[in-house]
Design a protein around this ligand. Sequence first.
Ligand SMILES: *Cc1c(COP(=O)(O)O)cnc(C)c1O
Length: 244
Amino acid sequence: MTDATPMPSSDDTLASRLAALRARMAAACARAGRPAGDVTLLPVSKTFGVDRIREAAGLGLTRFGENKTQEIRQKAGPLADLGLQWVLIGHLQTNKAKEAARDAAEVQSLDRLELAEALQRRLDLQGRVIDALVQVKTSAEDSKSGLAPAELPTFLRAVARDYPALRIKGLMTLAVNSDDPQAVRACFRQLRELRDQMRGEGIANVELNRLSMGMSGDFELAIEEGSTEIRVGSALFGARQYPA
Ligand SMILES: *Cc1c(COP(=O)(O)O)cnc(C)c1O
């Protein structure tokens, strides 16, 4: 039997992409002198359908990053049998706090007191407590949200004091979108240094063990700069197609 159509590469499966990603993560850890288990992977499933997520869950992935509450809602129903955890990583409007408090296991984009207040109120009503990371703006790009670094100590103290339904576990950032690795690295380094400074302040009830930084295009630099969690979409699931 001959067929001129090339077979799709047998290597291009979700399982093989996950294995390749884990190998790159381990190599970056080794370069940084860190144990491979230091860095966890948060697969980012935004725009990808429930079948892909189910396939990823079959490979052992249990937490998924999404940037819209509506999208979590749409996916959580059909996937309810898997007991997955949904992590909000996108800018969260205050008027979506109700949905976030109901469906998210964790919010990584906490960036203002108004949002903390709204989440606290909704979480209280649900009798829930969730983990949160504070998103910090480490680049000057207007398109990126996040708290200004100088506001961090006051912010952390306020959340720890007034919003106990949010357990602060660390910091999150998006690096500048740049071809210059030094510029990207500087964003990650700034987040780590801020974390170290904040630890020095010893704020009660605030744990800063986690640094969520690094995406498909820059996770190796992030790992070298101390990331504990990378948020990877396209390097795992393939290119995203946004609806027109
Ligand atoms: C989409 C997204 C990611 C993943 O992006 P990739 O480049 O596809 O890996 C990570 N973090 C945030 C906040 C995102 O919105």
